[in-house]
Write a protein that binds this ligand. Sequence first.
Ligand code: AMP
Ligand code: GLY
Length: 405
Amino acid sequence: MRVLLIGSGGREHALAWKLAQSPLLDELHAAPGNPGIAQLGECHPVRAEDGEGLLDLARSLEADLVVVGPEGPLVAGVADELRHAGVSVFGPSQAAAQIEGSKSFAKDVMSAVGVSTPQTMSIARPPCVLKLDGLAGGKGVFVCPDQESLDQALQVVGGLGQALLIEELLVGQEVSLFAIADGRDAVALAPARDYKRIGDGDTGPNTGGMGAYSPVPEVSAAEIDELLDAVHRPVLTELASRGAPFVGLLYAGLMLTDDGPKVLEFNCRFGDPETQAILPRLQGDLLASLAAAAAGHLDSIDVEAAEEAAVTVVLAAHGYPEGRDSGSAIEGVREAEAEAIVFHAGTAMRGSQLVTNGGRILDVTALGPSIDEARERAYAACNLISFEGMRFRADIAAKAASVAT
Ligand code: AMP
Ligand code: GLY
């Protein structure tokens, strides 16, 4: 098969890395891709938001399957344009992508089918959570346990003039559960836990994600099935009944509370950086699974995960999440690759030198017989890499490591 992968981050590098292992793959193309993906396939200088450019590219390549990585193009309707032109796509239509693009739409869908989610509040009073009602790259959520944090958040969101959702603040452990969906049914991938805050001990502002691990020992195989039945399947049925069947990756961000699991958010694509921890454990053929979902029949896909654990640590630029860095030389990737998998997230080539080009720069994933060992290997590899201002959390999977897998 000829596959065109859209996007340029660490998630897309992980997708490319796994797709490249498929015996079904003849050619891998990416738009625009990144230097890591360029080692696995051919990168084309077409932006992920350029619907017309992507359509031209998919046609000229005669792509058998287009896999859309980021939410932006999906919410903008890129999958619809490709499908109308007869191209097979793994990624939801604009209408179905509203499950991520609009938090109020997601709430409406969930309430229609009785999926458990935090209560909305009409007035912002602490403790509460403020959420911008649109795409914000994981940075549109303000958790406000007290009046001081609420005042600060209101100052930030007040100036933006964007619709706002106020929610009760929930307490519990989070888990990300991804399901490959074919418009009617879904198959779950292994669960993962993501670290959203910039600082150790979950302090500081929310980011796109600073690290992840998989599996999540507290969530058993039986519970994964229960979650699929309670969360993903009802939502897929409701979307289909609204004329917006969801074909792609339905990501549920869940909080495990004392009152049971509740959905904090849905995303309409693979999570970043969870994907970088989930795919290295996947034993089945990712390309076969995505192609089957895109064709509307999941029937016999194999998404079995290896027993091994995976831990991913994000190496970010000094100013992240507000800022980014470009042009700083990155050293030590080859040495780190002897110990771990190094996914490129925000990198570029300057001549033959790998340089920074973004907020999150590299994602380092290591596998091991336990979370503890995977964690040790991941950090050992991180310590071999350097670039100016490099920052990373030191506590990814630290608590999980004490729980046996
Ligand atoms: P979201 O984009 O809605 O998943 O929110 C990003 C992060 O904010 C989540 O992963 C949680 O860590 C936190 N968060 C969101 N909603 C709530 C809530 N109702 N209670 C507590 N934390 C929340
Ligand atoms: N890791 C959070 C996200 O992908 O939205």
